[in-house]
Structures are given as structure tokens and as C-alpha cells.
Write a protein that binds this ligand. Structure first.
Ligand SMILES: Cc1cc2nc3c(=O)[nH]c(=O)nc-3n(C[C@H](O)[C@H](O)[C@H](O)COP(=O)(O)OP(=O)(O)OC[C@H]3O[C@@H](n4cnc5c(N)ncnc54)[C@H](O)[C@@H]3O)c2cc1C
Length: 461
């Protein structure tokens, strides 16, 4: 970075409510550790903000001093965009406060909160908004890229539930973006990633959910995968919006409801949530256990917050991760054959391929209603390469890339911006799709000099 004078750091420290972490200090290593262990960046300073005013101070300093600037929400981004080398990181991980208004069914939540913080606050009132499936993900990055999870078929993407946002712009101004205030910025935030400023507060619409929901897993052996996937395809095409079923192919983890001889063998898992009265859901989910002969099943009524955390143990921080993803408008038999082949050659026991079922309410808005453009995606697939040792990097990454190539003929060509890795610069336009040019215009208005460029970047028009 261009040299930041010590006096400027002192001045910043004196004015911040939060604090600054510099290389060599005890908190530095932890601050630069994010979810994906393949990311190894060394920022020159972290500004750990606790208020919007702190964020304004940091943005102004970065702009005035010409620093590279990254923004950390939950630190889950696979491309490592929460960090930068040599520059400043605005770390929001202390800004997690949430406030629910049950009367208007709204929540406001700070920009460093995790999904677990959001779910805990809203479920205290039996309310929720659609977010992702892993509770340690940051609400900020997830929302700014679109956001989908178990409730999305019923209630839409996370961005479809965004009411307003408080944003610190590149000029250091604090603005509120909503349908009526800075509507161009509001539109761009709904899928345009971290390009437009630091979001210090989000406001979401809420819906009655649970707090107890019907959810769980049905596990089939890989030998039955083709039939199971074909029946899954037919089932999802007719499922009501309340019912969300994802399919995951991987080696079976040692889950207590699976017989020990199944652990470590290749399986197809159907994971489901019914976002309605569990009694109504029970007969609807029953056919999912008849697609073959399951080797295990755990379906029942449990707290929504428990289901939101069910996958956390498989997705802990600290492993090495590499992703490749496609959007699909439909699932072809040829795709099933390809997936089954690749699951037969998994390069590590933690790798998996999943199909997240979107559809329903996610597909009804027009592609230009928000910056997120992929209203044609019935399914989002992620090839999740995951392993422990750097020595396996090449093998695991090659497997993910090879499968990505082999499955490309069946895909729409669109890409989910939140699943793009650091080496997928050539897919950024596909991620913003038909909305790219409009986004570039909004970028020019709010960040003409591209201060916010450590992200899936949009070049100012
Ligand atoms: C285990 C796991 C499970 C996932 N499951 C899902 C899922 O079910 N559904 C889904 O839609 N996605 C899912 N994702 C993808 C997730 O949406 C992205 O990784 C997202 O970028 C994470 O946001 P974050 O705040 O944690 O990340 P960060 O790495 O902190 O940030 C991501 C990007 O957003 C920017 N940013 C962060 N905070 C702010 C802010 N406050 N203001 C402005 N810019 C900001 C950053 O600069 C960066 O460019 C998952 C990711 C992981 C690792």
C-alpha cells in the first residue's frame, strides 16, 4: 500500500469507538483468518468498527490515502474478498445488533451479523426471512449477492425481502437506500455485491415461520442415485412453494441415524424443509422416502434455528475449499450420469456436489427487478471441493474444474456471484448477466474511482 503515516493511524485510533489491529499485534493472525483456509492475505491494518461513524472514518481515510480497501462481513466469501494484501480491511464483525419490530414484521440488523444472529432475533417472535443454509455465513455478503435458502421458494431471495439499507458511500456519506430513497442504489445493492459502499444496516421483511418446522434428511446409496435423482426431478417440479428439497451427493458423514457401515460410503442425500404447518407437510414429504430403499432417514419436527445450524458441522472454518457452480433451468439425465461418475472419484471425503432447488417465488420477479438477474434458475449447483492439506490442492481443484467442464453443456451459462472463486474473473459478467450495464452506471454515480473493488468487481461505466 502507499505508506500510511503513523500519525494518521494515531489520529484514527483516537477518533474510533472500535480499534485498529496492525501486523505483529496479538489479534492480527485471528483477524486475517477467514472461512476458506486457501486464502492467505496480509492486510496492512484492520479497522474493527463498532459504529457507522467508525465506518465513515475508515472509508474517508482509505480514500484520502489511496489505500486498497476490503470489507469483511462474515468472512465466508470463497474468493477471499473479505481481505486484501497490504491495504485496509474494514472489519464489521463487531457490528451484529438486531432489532425486531413484530408489529410491522421488520428486522434491522447490522452489517457484520451472521445468519445465526438474524435467526435468533427473528425466531424469538416466530418470524424469519429467507437466508442461507449455514448459520455462520455473513448476512451482508449473502444479501448483497442475492441470497437463497430453505425459505426462498416460499418467500423469495433474501434481496426480495430487503426493505432498506444504510450505506456508507465512497464519498464517506451515510445514505439510506430504499424503494423511495436513492432507488438506483437500492436496486444495485440487491445483487450487485460489495461494489457500492459499506452497508452498515439492513432492514428486512419477516414472515411467520415455525418456530418448529418439519425438516430432515433421507439418505440413499449411490447405487440407486439415477432413479432417486429422476424421481427427485419429477417431485420438485410439482412441489408446493412451502416445500424445499435439495439433493447432495457425497460420502456419508458419521451421522448418528446412519448405520456405521454406511459412514464413508457414497450417498445421495435429500434434505428438506417444509415452511408451513408440519401436519400439512407430513403427507407431502412422505413420497421422498419411496424413491428407492433409504439407508437412513431423519425427518421430524424441530426448531427452525436447529435446522439452520444442521449443516454447520460439515462447513466449519479452517478447511481448504474450492468451488465451481452452475445454474440449471432443468436437470437432464446426462447431467445425472456425469454427477454419478464424478461422485465415484471424490478426491477427498469432504467434497460434495449439491443441487439447491430454487424455483417458486425466486423465479417470479422480472430479471431487472433487482440487480440479481437469474430468475430462470430452477437449480443452483455447487461443486464443493473441500480438503485439509495443501498437498491435496492440485488434485481436489482439478476434480472440481473437470466436473464443472463436464456439466457445463447442461447449464444456463448464468453464475451465482456469491459462489465465484478468485480465479473466475471471466464469469463476472455472467454473474451480473443482463443487469451489468445498468450496474456499471450506478457504480459510476456512487463509486466512480472504484474504491470498492475487492469484490466481484463492476467497472464504473
Ligand atoms: C459454508 C457456506 C455456506 C453457504 N451457503 C449459502 C446459501 O445457502 N445461500 C447463499 O445464497 N449463499 C451461501 N453461501 C455463499 C455466501 O452467500 C457468500 O460466501 C457470501 O459472500 C458470504 O458473505 P460474508 O459476509 O460471510 O462474506 P465476506 O467474505 O465477509 O464478504 C463477501 C463480500 O461482500 C462484501 N461485504 C461484506 N460485508 C459487507 C458490507 N457490510 N457492506 C458491503 N460489502 C460487504 C465483501 O467485501 C466481499 O466482497 C455460503 C457460503 C459458505 C462459505
Amino acid at each position: 500500500m502507499s505508506q500510511l503515516p503513523a500519525a494518521k493511524i494515531q489520529e484514527l485510533k483516537a477518533r474510533l469507538k472500535g480499534d485498529v489491529v496492525l501486523p505483529g499485534e496479538p489479534a492480527y493472525e485471528e483477524a486475517r483468518t477467514i472461512w476458506n483456509a486457501t486464502i492467505d492475505k496480509h492486510p496492512a491494518l484492520f479497522v474493527r468498527c463498532t459504529t457507522t461513524a467508525d465506518v465513515v472514518l475508515a472509508v474517508n481515510l482509505a480514500r484520502e490515502q489511496g489505500l486498497t480497501l476490503a470489507v469483511r462481513g462474515g468472512g465466508h466469501n470463497i474468493a477471499g474478498n473479505a481481505l486484501c494484501d497490504d491495504g485496509m480491511v474494514i472489519d464489521l464483525s463487531r457490528m451484529k445488533a438486531a432489532k425486531v419490530d413484530p408489529a410491522t414484521r421488520r428486522v434491522t440488523i447490522e452489517g457484520g451479523a451472521l445468519l445465526a444472529d438474524l435467526d435468533a432475533a427473528t425466531q424469538a417472535h416466530g418470524l424469519a426471512t429467507p437466508v442461507g443454509i449455514n448459520s455462520t455465513t455473513g448476512i451482508a455478503g449473502l444479501t448483497l449477492g442475492g441470497g437463497f435458502g430453505w425459505l426462498s421458494r416460499k418467500y423469495g431471495l433474501t434481496v426480495d425481502n430487503l426493505e432498506s439499507a444504510e450505506v456508507v458511500t465512497a464519498a464517506g456519506e451515510v445514505v439510506r437506500a430504499s424503494a423511495t430513497e436513492h432507488p438506483d442504489l437500492f436496486w444495485a445493492l440487491k445483487g450487485g455485491s460489495g461494489n457500492f459502499g459499506v452497508v452498515t444496516r439492513f432492514e428486512f421483511r419477516l414472515h411467520p415461520v415455525g418456530p418448529e418446522v418439519l425438516s430432515g434428511l433421507i439418505v440413499y446409496p449411490l447405487s440407486q442415485a439415477k432413479t432417486v435423482l429422476q424421481r427427485y426431478r419429477e417431485f420438485v417440479a410439482k412441489a408446493p412453494d412451502e416445500l424445499s428439497v435439495w439433493s447432495v451427493l457425497r460420502k456419508a458423514p458419521p451421522l448418528p441415524f446412519l448405520p456405521p457401515e454406511v459412514h464413508g460410503t457414497e450417498v445421495v442425500v435429500l434434505a428438506l424443509l417444509y415452511a408451513g404447518d408440519p401436519k400439512k407437510g407430513e403427507p407431502l414429504v412422505a413420497p421422498l422416502s419411496t424413491f428407492g430403499t433409504p439407508v437412513g432417514k431423519f425427518v421430524g419436527v424441530q426448531p427452525y434455528t436447529a435446522w439452520q445450524q444442521a449443516f454447520d458441522p460439515l462447513l466449519t472454518h479452517g478447511a481448504r475449499n474450492y468451488w465451481k457452480s452452475h445454474n440449471f433451468a432443468k436437470l437432464d439425465d446426462g447431467l445425472f450420469d456425469t454427477v454419478i461418475d464424478y461422485i465415484g472419484t471424490l478426491p477427498s471425503p469432504q467434497c460434495e456436489i449439491f443441487f439447491g432447488a430454487l424455483g417458486g417465488a425466486t423465479m417470479r420477479p422480472a430479471p431487472d427487478s433487482a440487480a440479481y438477474p437469474h430468475r430462470d434458475a430452477q437449480f443452483v449447483m455447487n461443486v464443493h471441493g473441500r480438503w485439509e492439506n495443501a498437498a491435496d490442492d492440485e488434485r481436489c481443484i482439478r476434480w472440481a474444474r473437470d466436473f464443472f467442464k463436464a456439466s457445463a453443456p447442461f447449464a444456463t451459462g448464468g453464475a451465482y456471484v456469491n459462489f465465484l472463486t478468485a480465479d473466475e474473473g471471466d464469469r463476472v459478467r455472467a454473474a451480473y448477466g443482463s443487469n451489468y450495464d445498468r450496474l456499471a452506471g450506478v457504480k459510476r454515480k456512487y463509486d466512480a474511482k472504484n474504491l470498492f473493488h475487492v469484490n466481484q468487481n463492476i467497472t464504473p461505466a
